[in-house]
Design a protein around this ligand. Structure first.
Ligand code: SF4
Length: 476
């Protein structure tokens, strides 16, 4: 594990600096304001010019970069600081950074904002490539997603809002899971959770009515909502019908992520209550990998759950895949991709594995390298195969600790883009959330300022904070 002392002089841009250092030294541990480590990064800022010193394995490199007034990004200190770091690190090797110095999880949101400001696609593309050093491949991807965002935005319902219901339970825990979902056997907690959720739905309905919101899209996520029995699911769906006006809903999605939780009875029930999209996620169609990542379902279970969903007949089915799963090579990923494409789901979401903390994989990615990584090749393969088969990227996001600082991309057949995913990713409208792990985001229609109200992820904590949660809903 690489460890660096990081010393900032003349600035406090810790977030940006951390991002760019970790993009180059994947998995490195940074010790800010602690000069004790052998390897050091010193980042200086004098109000105009940034200077970075890197001391690595006894060698020294210095990089400088100055503000450039007539630019879009490079007149702002975080970008200037990041460029000076890159100038220094390039003296060791040329790191391959597909996203350049771009920080933040929503690159398409930034691009869409620039398009709204009146810049042309060509201008935006030039700025991202020349100033932020984003690769041409990622710039194209980002612009395609930004254009889709603008389309979705044009067709938003006046006063529309999204509704999120969080069910934080799963049948087993996946090895790479970053969500604190539980495998529930404790019936008491489960039934208390469902009871409280119904109360929170009632309060959320009140908030929607008071504020004159119109529910545009609904998303049941988690966890895996279909971990619940058909009867339990029906209880939640009934609570929605009772406390909310669902007549204007244009899209209703349920994550049925784990194929081992899907039954015909549940799918028929969802359909009856207006669900028109389900997500059935194999992640990989390699049996060995499924065992390794603790999915506890077989490849066959995925295929039968998928055909069940087709038989019941939903408007759209999404399948999630993950690039970079342990032990998988390019051929394994290609085989999964080709089998999925043959099924013709309307949406295919390609995630890059994200690692929560120091791990063997982190270690393997810890050196500066200018070679295209395996996971990067997987993403390029996904992009070209999906394009050939009529899919287009429509939303993308990045995560912390994502392998090689890459991205997750939602692809869809034209006309099947999930509006909820775009709303959520680009923060286009208010989302009211109930249940475990739901984050209510109130978007001020005038200033676009966003107020976040998160619910606890763990069911026990959700129950413990009952009064706080319900009161917050009353205050909206
Ligand atoms: S299905 Fe999703 S939420 Fe559930 S354990 Fe796996 S990664 Fe975590």
């Amino acid at each position: 594990m690489m460890e660096f002392s990081v010393i900032m002089q003349g600035h406090e841009r810790k977030y940006n600096l951390e991002h760019i250092i970790k993009a180059v030294f994947f998995g490195a541990q940074l010790f800010f304001h602690d000069g004790e480590k052998e390897d050091k990064i010193i980042s200086k800022w004098d109000g105009k010019t940034a200077e970075t010193w890197i001391l690595l394995h006894g060698q020294k490199a210095v990089g400088r970069f100055s503000m450039q007034e007539d630019t879009y990004f490079l007149r702002k200190d975080p970008y200037v600081i990041a460029r000076s770091f890159l100038n220094a690190v390039q003296q060791f090797d040329s790191p391959r950074l597909p996203w350049g110095i771009l920080t933040g999880v929503r690159p398409a949101k930034t691009a869409a904002r620039m398009l709204r400001e009146g810049l042309s696609g060509r201008q935006v593309s030039k700025i991202f490539q020349e100033e932020l050093l984003v690769s041409s491949e990622k710039t194209v991807l980002m612009l395609q997603a930004a254009e889709k965002e603008l389309n979705v935005q044009k067709n938003q319902l006046p006063n529309g809002c999204s509704l999120y219901i969080g069910i934080p339970f799963c049948p087993t825990r996946c090895a790479y899971c970053s969500f604190i979902s539980k495998t529930y056997t404790d019936e008491k907690i489960l039934s208390s959770f469902l009871k409280q959720l119904a109360e929170e739905i009632a309060e959320t309905g009140g908030a929607i009515e008071r504020n004159g919101f119109v529910i545009d899209s609904i998303y049941f996520g988690g966890g895996t909502p279909t971990t619940l029995t058909a009867r339990q699911l029906q209880g939640i769906l009934e609570a929605l019908r009772t406390h909310m006006d669902l007549s204007k809903v244009r899209e209703f999605t349920v994550e049925a992520g784990r194929p081992d939780t899907i039954t015909e009875e549940k799918l028929l029930l969802l359909k009856e209550y207006g669900v028109d999209r389900v997500s059935i996620n194999p992640q990989t169609l390699n049996s060995e990998t499924l065992k390794k990542i603790g999915r506890a379902h077989s490849v066959e279970q995925f295929f039968s759950a998928y055909s069940l969903a087709r038989k019941v007949g939903f408007h759209a089915v999404n399948t999630d895949l993950i690039a970079g799963l342990p032990g998988e090579n390019l051929e394994d990923f290609k085989t999964t991709m080709e089998q999925i494409i043959k099924l013709e789901p309307e949406n295919i979401t390609v995630h890059t594995l994200a690692l929560k903390r120091a791990s063997r994989l982190n270690q393997e990615h810890a050196d500066v390298s200018n070679e295209e990584s395996l996971v990067s090749k997987m993403l390029s393969l996904a992009s070209s195969e999906l394009k050939e088969n009529g899919y287009e990227p429509y939303y993308l996001y990045r995560q912390k600790n994502i392998l090689d600082n890459l991205e997750n991309v939602g692809y869809s057949k034209p006309g099947y883009e999930s509006i909820y995913n775009v709303y959520m990713m680009e923060e286009l409208q208010t989302t009211l959330a109930a249940g475990g792990g739901g984050i209510t985001k109130l978007v001020d229609p005038r200033t676009k300022k966003i107020t976040r109200i998160p619910n606890p992820k763990l069911a026990e904590e959700y129950l413990r904070q009952k009064n706080i949660i319900l009161n917050r809903k009353k205050e909206i």
